[in-house]
Design a protein around this ligand. Structure first.
Ligand SMILES: [Zn+2]
Length: 75
């Protein structure tokens, strides 16, 4: 249940203007507008995972970061 309407296997980074393949997923929630178990998911390449994580962490949003499946398949 990702809710992005996109195939994670070929997903690209969620950072504006970035078209690199996503290697990470960030599941986060804004406690002020999201209730219960409703999370949003961003995808990030290696370069932007830190940027996006810091962006969310600076707002005190609950956040989990995990590698995308398939990452280890790459040579
Ligand atoms: Zn990126």
């Amino acid at each position: 249940m990702i809710g992005l309407g996109t195939d994670l296997e070929s997903a690209t980074c969620s950072r504006a203007g970035c078209r690199q393949d996503a290697l990470w997923r960030l599941d986060w929630r804004n406690p002020r507008i999201h209730t219960g178990e409703r999370f949003k998911t961003w995808l990030a390449c290696d370069q932007h995972v830190d940027f996006l994580r810091d962006f969310l962490a600076a707002r005190d949003f609950p956040l989990t970061v995990a590698p995308l499946p398939g990452e280890t398949d790459q040579a």
